[in-house]
Design a protein around this ligand. Structure first.
Ligand code: ADP
Length: 388
């Protein structure tokens, strides 16, 4: 079955056309700077060079039209389309086939993720118009986290406010954490029961997964909470927001500051990219070293919280851009967790590979894995299950 996976960001639209059975990727790309000047599409086909196509992309619908145009030249029949929806809220406890009703739900919960959900809903409209014979599936990033017990997902705010505005911990990266669990379970031949899944990319979150059930996660109502990220501050005292606003910052300015000007970028003062920061720290830049230390400290602080959600942990899995590619970060996190029985094998930790691998050190009480994530494949699997 050939599945087109579409992931609309606030100003981008990523796509990947793959075969679910063989895992062959025919083409993938990203429409960037949608709604901004100098928009372009970075497109890549199997065995081909990456191309940059300069086009006008006034909105996501037009971007989707370009994607269909490009893919039509490939001569690959699309059998189903999977849409990553950031916020499914209470409406999507699992992935669902798109109907008028379910598409309405994507828009109904959009106030909780306005930059993403409306864009993806427009793309779904375009797909249904363009290819009425092909089924669409919504895969919400928040679905997995709806399993989190109430004592862990509820905020201690007034009940009427929380209930009226649907405020709770929804989390994100749920599709990735679900995939990391699946791969870990298979790799350890069902020996893992209590997994701390670490999705460490430019956005980052942890998830406590006990025998496949999501027990807690570090992101909250929005993806701003929890770990320190590339440009997001993660958990801070919520009173800081009020303090900033009383000091003249507007609500939009605070929102922008916390999401786009904070995190590793703010602390290092040079970049949001761990590669640059690691290079800076190696050259003796104290702010870069501090950024790395803060990132690792917060990560371990929250690993302990995830372990508490399961009364312990037997496996920790590192994934996404930083988790898969930075042996320094993995080592720094594991060393800080040694008092909990975590030991990493430094030689195995250095090996680069795209495979699931075990980097557990001798005498470790916790299995340490690197599990490359593949959200597109996980989405395509859901499409196959619902439409195949
Ligand atoms: P997202 O999908 O959230 O944009 P990714 O999972 O692709 O993020 O992660 C991107 C981040 O991964 C980069 O910003 C960078 O910090 C980090 N990264 C990628 N490669 C490396 C590497 N070799 N060493 C350290 N960090 C890396």
């Amino acid at each position: 079955m050939n599945v087109l996976v579409i992931n609309a960001g606030s100003s981008s639209l990523k796509y990947q056309l793959l075969n679910v059975d063989t895992r062959e990727v025919y083409a993938k790309g990203n429409c960037e700077r949608i709604g901004i000047e100098d928009a372009f599409i970075g497109h890549e086909e199997m065995g081909g060079e990456k191309q940059k196509l300069v086009v006008d992309l006034p909105n996501h619908k037009v971007a989707a039209q370009h994607v269909f145009e490009i893919l039509s030249k490939l001569d690959v029949k699309i059998d189903g389309i999977g849409h990553r929806v950031v916020q499914g809220a209470w409406r999507f406890p699992e992935s669902k086939v798109v109907t008028d009703e379910t598409l309405g739900w994507v828009r109904e919960v959009a106030p909780l993720a306005p930059l993403h959900n409306y864009a993806e809903a427009d793309v779904i409209d375009e797909c249904r118009e363009r290819m009425p014979e092909v089924g669409n599936v919504v895969v919400a990033d928040s679905s997995f986290h709806l399993q989190i017990p109430e004592y862990a997902h509820r905020y201690a705010l007034p009940r009427d406010v929380v209930d009226r505005l649907h405020i709770r911990k929804y989390g994100a990266h749920g599709t990735s954490h679900r995939y990391i669990w699946r791969m870990t379970d298979a790799f350890t031949k069902h020996e893992t029961h209590k997994l701390v899944s670490c999705h460490l990319g430019s956005g980052a979150s942890l998830c406590a997964i006990q025998d496949g059930r999501d027990m807690d996660t570090t992101m909250g109502l929005t993806p701003l909470d929890g770990l320190i990220m590339g440009t997001r501050c993660g958990s801070i005292d919520p009173a800081i927001v009020c303090y900033l606003e009383r000091n003249g910052y507007t609500n939009d300015e605070v929102d922008d500051m916390m999401n786009k000007q904070s995190g590793l970028l703010a602390v290092s003062g040079i970049s949001s990219d761990t590669r640059d920061i690691e290079a800076g720290a190696a050259d003796g830049d104290a702010n870069c070293q501090l950024a790395l230390d803060m990132f690792a400290y917060r990560a371990t602080y929250l690993v302990a919280a995830m372990a508490q959600a399961m009364q312990g942990f037997d496996t920790i899995a590192f994934s996404a851009g930083i988790g898969e590619n930075s042996p320094e970060t993995r080592s720094s996190i594991c060393k800080r967790l040694e008092w909990l029985g975590v030991k990493v094998d430094e030689e195995k930790n250095k090996v680069r590979s795209g495979e699931v691998r075990d980097i557990t050190g001798e005498g470790s009480k916790v299995r340490v894995l690197v599990v490359p994530t593949d959200e597109e494949y996980m989405i395509a699997l859901d499409v196959q299950e619902l439409l195949g």
